[in-house]
Design a binder for this molecule. Structure first.
Ligand SMILES: [Zn+2]
Ligand SMILES: [Zn+2]
Length: 567
């Protein structure tokens, strides 16, 4: 496992986003010029409590000596799994970065950078679909695609060693809300010129047919909202400008007023409005403060929290914790988003509590209140036909999706040896119209916590999981400094053990174990907490494992008091 570059080849190194969902980032290199395409984050599962984000450890690029060659990062669109890692990229490379993206993408990156206090910043360069950017001997052409966020592009990466086509995220929406159409002609033209390798979005490979147009959601939303006699709450992703635009249009038509609830939503809408991506008819938007003055049947609340995030506006509404918005029987709640795998439980919890409040709930499984932003099989085939790539690397998906997408490429007539299924860290080389894997490097992940961007060790993650599942045991020992004997009773405090804390016999057992273990130690050991702590911990760990097959976090506290004190 080593880094290697053969001069005169186009090197492609996926940093994230293959074999996993999120954290999309790919390095392209031709001789002494390198580019990063996208720099995204991954959102943690529920078994990683306390972790807000996961990002690749970009310091590996310093270690392999590529960092100084990176001319810029080119970003395909403004979704978190493509832009969220930009601040960390600058931080890890230890310098300001040149970033290229469309206007809205740059707007969202600017906002993201404001939320960080890192030393290194970005120089944003706005580009538009149809533009060509030059970096050394690499040229990057931007082609317009449609997706669940506006101003989204695919990239043609042209080098003397060959041309790669990097789709980014896309669907083929022939009736986009903003009327800015998918660039079929551009795709076909590049197909004619020759695409040596295609890297294409695999998200919806399992879906047959075509992904429906965003407009169909507007029709369903209109129907639902029209039939409501009370207030309507719609939860969706804050970056889904077209979805929000449609809700605003419906509000206008049905003479309702719209209130935005949730900080990320307000931020995203401010950026979109400011840059002219959102058209707000006069008199539709209202402030949160006006909410009491608007009759319930005239109100639409747009909120965040479609993934059941516990601190989001929708969760708080469903728990009855917000004063501004209360649920009354007959209110309509629309969850206008796909539930990301891993979040099902949290979303179901919200839906159940809303039903308990006798609200009318619409969500993807039962109503047509969401369509995907990613291409289904027929659209993936269409793009494949337009581009006629000579080699293929599926990206943006877990292993299963990549394998299925590889299968589709075979169906489209590509030879097996011209298809590569890759992992992050694999080093690919394009030369003489062939793609091959030459080696791989290890790319670590970083766990980012809270607003402080602390990196957590794996062990901390594990402890947090145990805390939430198996609880906490705090054992306090007081030791006489002179005699090295225990003073008084061993104190045991438990949290998260409902049965145990009431079970006196069990508590006696635990105290005895600790006392016995302590008395087995040598005198010198007993006064050294670095020795006592792990020994007490391992004793209790095996006790809990054998007794109840549980793995609580065990926290021994050893207090020494000056000698001579009586028991
Ligand atoms: Zn996307
Ligand atoms: Zn994506």
């Amino acid at each position: 496992m080593a880094y290697n570059y053969n001069p005169g080849t186009l090197q492609i190194l996926p940093i994230g986003g293959v074999g996993e969902f999120g954290m999309n980032a790919t390095l392209y290199r031709y001789n002494d010029t390198a580019l990063i395409v996208d720099a995204g984050v991954m959102f943690p599962d529920t078994d990683q409590p306390g972790v807000n984000l996961i990002v690749p450890d970009y310091t590996v690029l310093n270690e392999i000596g590529v960092s100084r060659l990176i001319a810029a990062a080119v970003i395909t669109h403004g979704h978190e799994d493509h832009i969220g890692g930009v601040p960390f990229l600058c931080h890890d490379l230890g310098r300001d970065m040149e970033i290229y993206g469309t206007r809205l993408t740059c707007g969202f990156i600017r906002k993201r950078m404001e939320e960080h206090t890192f030393e290194h910043q970005v120089n944003l360069h706005e580009a538009a679909a149809g533009d060509t950017l030059s970096f050394g001997e690499i040229k990057v052409h931007l082609l317009r695609v449609t997706h669940s966020i506006v101003d989204c592009v695919s990239l043609v990466i042209e080098s003397p060693a060959g041309t790669a086509f990097h789709t980014g995220d896309f669907k083929v929406d022939q009736t986009p809300i903003d009327g800015k159409n998918f660039d079929f002609a551009g795709f076909a033209e590049w197909g004619r010129k020759g695409i040596n390798v295609l890297l294409s979005d695999s998200t919806n490979i399992a879906k047959e047919g075509y992904t429906l147009s965003e407009r169909t959601v507007g029709d369903s939303l209109q129907e639902i909202i029209e039939s409501s006699r009370q207030k309507v709450i719609v939860a969706c992703f804050s970056s889904h400008i077209h979805r929000i635009q449609q809700i605003v249009n419906i509000a206008k038509e049905l003479n309702r007023r719209v209130i935005l609830l949730g900080r990320s939503l307000e931020n995203a809408m401010a950026v979109a409005r400011q840059l002219g991506y959102l058209k707000m008819p006069a008199g539709v938007m209202a402030n949160k403060e006006e909410i009491r003055d608007i009759p319930e049947h005239r109100l639409i609340v747009i909120t965040t929290g479609s993934q059941g995030e516990p601190m989001s506006a929708l969760s708080r509404i469903a728990r009855g914790e917000t004063k501004q918005v209360e649920i009354y029987p007959g209110d309509t709640i629309i969850i206008s988003a796909k539930t990301i795998p891993g979040n099902e439980k949290s979303v179901m919890r919200i839906i159940n509590s809303l039903y308990r409040m006798e609200a009318d709930v619409h969500y993807e499984e039962i109503s047509e209140v969401h369509v995907s932003g990613h291409a289904s099989r027929e659209e993936l085939k269409l793009v494949f036909s337009l581009l006629m790539p000579h080699n293929f690397v599926p990206i943006h998906g877990d292993r299963m999706q990549l394998v299925h997408h590889a299968g589709l490429a075979k169906e489209m007539g590509l030879k097996r040896r011209r298809i590569l299924i890759v992992d992050s860290g694999d080093i690919l080389e394009l030369t003489d119209d062939r793609i091959r894997k030459i080696d791989s490097i290890e790319i670590n992940r970083r766990f980012i916590e809270g607003d402080r961007f602390e990196e957590l060790e794996d062990i901390a993650l594990r402890d947090r999981r145990r805390l939430s599942e198996d609880g906490l045991i705090v054992v306090t020992l007081i030791v006489d400094e002179q005699s090295a004997e225990l003073i008084g009773e061993v104190e045991v405090i438990t949290r998260g053990f409902l049965l145990l804390s009431d079970d006196e016999a069990e508590m006696v057992q635990i105290r005895d174990r600790v006392r016995r273990r302590f008395s087995e130690m040598k005198r010198k050991e007993r006064l050294n907490w670095e020795v006592v702590r792990p020994k007490i911990r391992s004793t209790l760990r095996s006790y809990f494992r054998k007794r109840m097959n549980s793995f609580p976090v065990i926290l021994p506290i050893i207090l020494t008091v000056p000698g001579g004190k009586r028991k």
